[in-house]
Write a protein that binds this ligand. Structure first.
Ligand code: VG1
Ligand code: CO
Length: 524
């Protein structure tokens, strides 16, 4: 069959600037005329430039409302823009880590992920589009900037409106578009990822743990992770069906926030609190975040999770082969992992918030394991944070060390001290006063007379040692990222950090992160 594409006239739409992780807006915004088309065209031109013609791309999403329409539109626009092949997950589904895995495995030129991650879904909630580059990772800032620049001057987009698109059956189809072959390959979104996990972990050891009376409870929060949890934890590792809950992806995530934390995964927390399961985990909508709980809902902070995994990487076969090249965390993540790095004589990098900042370090062979306080953990096996990988990593550690989750954390605190950590989110703030607050904080950190001042709370006094707005120079390409968050660092390494979120769909969210270090056994 052969088809011809056409050029449609359009004009720039304000605000198509990708944030921490893609462009997140209300579904209703994405549904306005030309909104999605403009952004997709900007990704294709601004993200791929002269590689666009003849390129191959992966397309997948977390199954949220508007995902299918967007997938079909992207395929029709790829066809019209000279892309030669699109690999798409069955029904448009593919977790964010699986997209990264598939881009790398099939060496495509990148991928487009349809997700607003942990933001709620449905006709009145959020949608998002994210571009990943050929290393499988989120586009770095120079690429997202070029996408944004393109969106500001767009005058037309290309589309093949008559191309029939069916993503409901696995298989490959080739058609002629403007005289060239255009292939759409619909794949099982789980298989490649599941096969890869088997090469990273010792599934035999985890299986043995799972058949020894050790019980798990895993909540996929009605997001994309259901089929992955069922295949890997259920079919491969023997977790009973009843232990894998909310595993059917829903367009509105069942009306919930698919965000794996103590607030939004409260059902899991309450069930774990009954003490009937040894290990609990939840994922976000697109499967890159994880929350780990021990028996009786013992909560593992993401920062501690990263540090404990860093201390136990020798339990995971993958790292025996690759070696441990270095560790990293995002700036607001607690310094617990830094202490592990120090004791193991490993480099530990501190990057701005957002997974895109880890990619260069991994590509350059400087980084094996990294994480963020926002429930993101991952390694250089792919270029995204990876929720199920984190669960498998924890199960590997437990299988190997034969201690409980709680014991492993407490042993860690005893050895390294404890980084007490909390984050406050002030959501739905008005933008102008939030910006003013950041300006005032900027003025505070610029005033060096504040250094050395002491602040007392309870029986503790904190002396301000450093105050700045975090600025990051990428060690690999030397690119500079300014204004990444206000840092107040005290003499004992305690910190207070303020930054504005880059994932909200409207208004402002202020995040305040507080960390205090303690190594006095009486306080642990
Ligand atoms: C938040 C988190 C950040 C994370 C990002 C994307 O960003 O703080 O650590 O990388 O979400 O995660 P922000 O700018 O709102 O603080 V996900 O799971 O939404 O792809
Ligand atoms: Co996510």
């Amino acid at each position: 069959m052969s088809f011809s594409s056409k050029t449609a006239t359009s004009s720039p739409i304000e605000g198509q600037k990708p944030g921490t992780s893609g462009l997140r807006k209300a579904v209703k915004v994405y549904q306005t005329p030309h909104y999605t088309e403009n952004f997709v065209q900007s990704i294709l031109k601004g993200g791929l430039h002269d590689k666009l013609c003849g390129s191959s791309l992966v397309v997948g999403g977390d199954g949220r409302y508007f995902g299918k329409e967007a997938t079909e539109l992207i395929i029709r626009m790829c066809a019209a823009n000279g892309v030669s092949k699109v690999i798409v997950g069955l029904n448009g589904l593919m977790s964010t880590p699986a997209v990264s895995c598939v881009i790398r495995k099939y060496q495509t030129d990148g991928g487009i992920i349809l997700t607003a991650s942990h933001n709620p879904g449905g006709p009145d909630a959020d949608f998002g589009i994210k571009f990943n580059t050929s290393n499988g990772g989120p586009a770095p800032e120079n690429v997202t900037n070029s996408i944004f620049e393109f969106s500001k001057s767009i005058g037309e987009y290309r589309i093949c409106p008559d191309l029939p698109v069916c993503i409901e059956n696995i298989g490959s189809s080739v058609v002629q578009v403007d005289g060239s072959d255009f292939t759409v390959e619909v794949i099982d979104p789980v298989s490649d990822y599941a096969e890869y996990m088997k090469t990273i972990f010792d599934f035999g050891a985890i299986k043995e743990l799972m058949s020894s009376g050790f019980t798990v409870l895993v909540d996929a929060m009605n997001g994309v992770m259901g089929p992955y949890a069922k295949r890997v934890l259920g079919e491969e590792l023997g977790a009973p069906d009843s232990s894998l809950v909310n595993c059917i992806p829903k367009e509105d995530f069942g009306g919930k926030h698919p965000d794996p934390n103590l607030t939004y995964a409260a059902d899991l927390v309450n069930e774990m609190a009954k003490g009937q399961h040894d290990f609990g985990a939840a994922f976000d909508g697109d499967g890159d975040r994880n929350m780990i709980l021990g028996k009786k809902a013992f909560f593992v902070t993401p920062s501690d999770s990263l540090a404990v995994l860093a201390d136990n990487l020798d339990c995971i076969p993958y790292f025996k082969t690759t070696g441990i090249k270095g560790l990293a965390r995002s700036m607001p993540t607690s310094g617990a992992v830094d202490r592990v790095a120090k004791s193991k004589n490993l480099n530990c990098f501190e990057v701005p918030t957002g997974w895109k900042f880890f990619g260069n370090l991994m590509d350059a062979g400087c980084l094996s394991l990294c994480g963020e306080e926002s429930f993101g953990t991952g390694s250089d096996h792919i270029r995204e944070k990876d929720g199920l990988w984190a669960v498998l990593a924890w199960l590997s550690v437990l299988a190997n060390t034969k201690v409980t989750v709680e014991e492993s954390i407490k042993q860690h605190w005893n050895r390294y001290g404890r980084n007490f950590y909390t984050r406050y989110d002030y959501e739905n703030c008005e933008s102008a006063p939030a910006n003013k607050m950041m300006e005032d904080l900027n003025a505070f950190v610029a005033d060096k007379s504040n250094i050395g001042k002491s602040f007392t709370s309870g029986d503790k006094t904190y002396k301000l040692a450093t105050a700045d707005n975090f600025c990051y120079t990428d060690p690999v390409d030397c690119s500079l990222s300014k204004n990444q968050g206000i840092r107040l660092i005290f003499a004992d390494d305690s910190r207070i950090i303020f930054r504005l979120s880059g994932t909200g769909s409207s208004g402002a969210t202020i995040r305040m992160y507080i960390e205090g270090y303690e190594n006095d056994a009486a306080y642990l």
